[in-house]
Structure formats: structure tokens, C-alpha cells
Design a protein around this ligand. Structure first.
Ligand SMILES: [Zn+2]
Ligand SMILES: [Zn+2]
Length: 401
């Protein structure tokens, strides 16, 4: 066991991990050049299977989660619990503009760093396969499609990815989180990422000539009023200490400048960090839309869809990771993240079933090469990929001791 190991063995583990950075970089570039979307990931699946086959694992299951997800188990030499380590595999419909020699040319792009996630988890698998004699229990490597559409995690759960699993850990690399140094792991107990719900508002008026508004019920004016009113929910009705977001990103209604439309639709998203706030906002959005529309002689209906719960980290698992990082990668390798992110992650679906924690892996450059996630110039600092792999591998080796 690593915990029983002296400083030299610990140093050897870290040295081995850092020497595998080139392996991680090679895989990341191969995947980066061949991005695939949603559930259609045959190339990505092929790379994962090719690499896992070299490791002599105890069960390799490709074809999961609607076709291209992969699970593989590594059984240790002592009895123990089952830990799943998760990486997402999918890219985005973004045309790449990084100019990198291994840039994608197929019109899609790994603009969220999921190529690095796959590379880091394959590297962790290799590290762990070489340390099998020190492993208790089982590690399940879980490669998931379609995170960006938040359909991948449920599809993997449906095909049995969590069967027998006692805990799950995952991480997201990149630049979303402030205050982290390249290579550092960010952690937080409790809420880590927001819930998300899609909002659709339909406003029914009565169309007519733009010159005679008094003979119509104008849904465009209604929409303007509804949007303004809904912006007061977070600012006036929620506690200032309860973070939430209500954003309307799309309004669609009307076809000509002088015609009053019959209907107008609004599409938005809401983000928060607990089910009470989610329920409160849903109730108040519905009441506000119905009330405003009625007061303007129209009718408003609201539908909510695509709910994804918040990512809420288990305290014991999160703090265990912090302690393991301090012992293995040293003081300064971890950092407590001050605030959760208002982004959402379908990792939350796993946490509905088993305890676990989601971590941040900082892979910024600290210069002009840093761009936001989903940007056509997004890139990750490859020199620190090994720390993400080492963090997952060290956790798998030590979490039960
Ligand atoms: Zn993303
Ligand atoms: Zn992502």
C-alpha cells in the first residue's frame, strides 16, 4: 500500500506519473485531431479500447451508453470497494481556430477539454495497472459520451456502468475556475456546479395590423414585460446569499415590422444549487408569466424541461482527495475553490446514485493562449496533464486505507 510506503516509494509514484505526461499528450493530440459529437464516437471509442487492451484489465466493455461508451475494471490484489473514475469523451460543433498543428479539420472541436479528460484517465489506468499489487478493491474506468448534451451519463447508467460501484470521482480540466495554478486540483465540499433547467414560455395574444394596436393583444409587448419581471425574481425574491441565475437567451415572435403577431416564445435557462430554490423559481416563474400575460389580456404558459441536478460533493470523499493530494503531489497541489461554478455537469446524474466528488484540474497557460471553454481558440496546457492522471490514480490507491 502506498500509505505504508516510505518517501522513496511515494517519490517513485510521482516520478512515474510525471514521466507519463508524454503519453498523455500524445493521446490528447490524437483525440484532438479527431473530435466527435454526442453519442457518435467510434474513433474515440477505438482509441480508448486500443489503449485499455494493452493493460490486461479484468473486463472491457465497449459499446455502452447508446453505442460508444466504454467501461473497464481493474481488480486489485486485496478485497475492497469499487471506485469509478469518469471521463467524458465528446467534442462540440465549433469550427477550430487555434492554428495548432494537430487542430481538427472536420468542423467540430474539442473546445471543452474532454480530449484531455480521456487522455488523463487512460494515463491513470496505465499508472494503476502498473501498481496493481498495491490496489485494494476494484477501479472502474468509465468513459462517457454526450456530456455536452447532458444525455451521456444517464445512458451509461442505463447500460449498467454503476452496477456494484461504491463511489465515483471525476474532474474537469481547463480555465473556468479562478485562483488555481496550472496543474493544481481544485476541490470544494458541497455544491460544486449548478443545476440547470430549460424554460420555455409561450405567450398567446391576438394578431392584427401594427397601426391599430387597440384591436389586438400584442405578445411582443407582453414578452418585454415578462422578461423584465422575471429578472426581479433573483434580485428581489431570493436571498442575496442564495446564488441563482435566470437567463433568457432566445425570443422568437413576429414576422414583419407592421404586423402584430399572435404569439411569442421565450427560451431560457435557470441555474441554482439546491432543489428548494429550483422549486421556488419554477413556481414563481409560472405565476409571474401567467399573471403578467393575464394583466395584458393574453395567456402565458410555461414548460420546464431538461432538468439536471446540481453537482454536490460528498464531504468525506472530497476531504480524502485533499489529504491524498497533500501526501502524494505535495502541499500546493490542491486548492479549495471559494465558490461553485454556475455551469452544469451531467456528472450530477452519477451522484444521484452513488456518493462521489467532482474536481477541477487547472490547465491554463497564464498568457494570451488562455480562452474560454467552448471558444474556437480554446486550448489546454498539456504540460500539466500528468497531475490530473496522478490525482485520480493516487486516490484510487489510497482512498480506502
Ligand atoms: Zn463544455
Ligand atoms: Zn466540459
Amino acid at each position: 500500500m502506498l500509505m505504508d510506503m516510505d518517501g522513496k516509494d511515494l517519490k517513485d509514484f510521482v516520478k512515474k506519473a510525471s514521466e507519463l505526461n508524454g503519453y498523455a499528450v500524445g493521446l490528447r493530440r490524437e483525440l484532438h485531431a479527431h473530435p466527435e459529437l454526442e453519442h457518435e464516437l467510434p474513433f474515440t471509442e477505438g482509441v480508448i479500447v486500443r489503449e485499455l487492451e494493452k493493460l490486461n484489465l479484468d473486463g472491457l466493455r465497449p459499446g455502452m451508453g447508446r453505442g460508444h461508451g466504454v467501461c473497464a475494471d481493474l481488480v486489485g490484489t486485496r478485497p475492497g470497494k469499487v471506485l469509478a473514475l469518469r471521463a467524458d469523451m465528446d467534442a462540440l460543433p465549433v469550427r477550430e481556430e487555434t492554428g495548432l498543428p494537430y487542430a481538427s479539420s472536420n468542423g467540430c472541436m474539442h473546445a471543452c477539454g474532454h480530449d484531455a479528460h480521456v487522455a488523463m484517465l487512460l494515463t491513470a489506468a496505465r499508472l494503476l495497472a502498473e501498481s496493481r499489487s498495491g490496489l485494494a478493491g476494484t477501479v472502474r474506468f468509465l468513459f462517457q459520451p454526450a456530456e455536452e448534451t447532458v444525455e451521456g451519463a444517464p445512458s451509461m447508467i442505463e447500460s449498467g456502468a454503476l452496477e456494484g460501484v461504491d463511489a465515483i470521482v471525476g474532474l474537469h480540466t481547463g480555465s473556468i475556475w479562478e485562483g488555481l495554478e496550472p496543474g493544481q486540483i481544485g476541490w470544494r465540499v458541497g455544491p460544486m456546479m449548478a443545476s440547470t433547467t430549460t424554460i420555455r414560455v409561450e405567450l398567446q395574444g391576438r394578431g392584427g395590423h401594427g397601426a391599430t394596436p387597440h384591436l389586438t393583444v400584442d405578445p411582443i409587448v407582453m414578452a418585454a414585460e415578462v422578461v423584465s419581471q422575471l429578472q426581479t425574481l433573483v434580485s428581489r425574491e431570493l436571498s442575496p446569499f442564495e446564488p441563482a441565475v435566470v437567463t433568457f437567451g432566445k425570443i422568437s415572435g413576429g414576422r414583419a415590422h407592421n404586423v402584430i403577431a399572435d404569439t411569442c416564445e421565450l427560451f431560457g435557462t435557470m441555474r441554482c444549487f439546491n432543489t428548494e430554490t429550483d422549486a421556488f423559481l419554477k413556481e414563481r416563474i409560472t405565476a409571474t408569466v401567467e399573471g403578467v400575460a393575464a394583466s395584458m389580456r393574453g395567456r402565458g404558459t410555461v414548460t420546464f424541461s431538461g432538468y439536471l441536478p446540481p453537482v454536490v460533493n460528498d464531504e468525506a470523499i472530497t476531504l480524502r482527495m485533499r489529504d491524498i493530494l497533500r501526501t502524494t503531489l505535495g502541499e500546493g497541489s490542491e486548492h479549495e475553490v471559494a465558490r461553485p461554478s454556475s455551469g452544469a455537469e451531467d456528472f450530477a446524474e452519477y451522484l444521484r446514485k452513488v456518493p462521489g466528488a467532482f474536481f477541477y484540474h487547472c490547465s491554463t497557460f497564464g498568457d494570451e493562449r488562455d480562452h474560454p471553454h467552448h471558444n474556437s481558440r480554446f486550448d489546454v496546457n498539456e504540460s500539466v496533464l500528468w497531475t490530473g492522471a496522478a490525482a485520480m490514480a493516487a486516490f484510487a490507491l489510497l482512498w480506502q486505507d
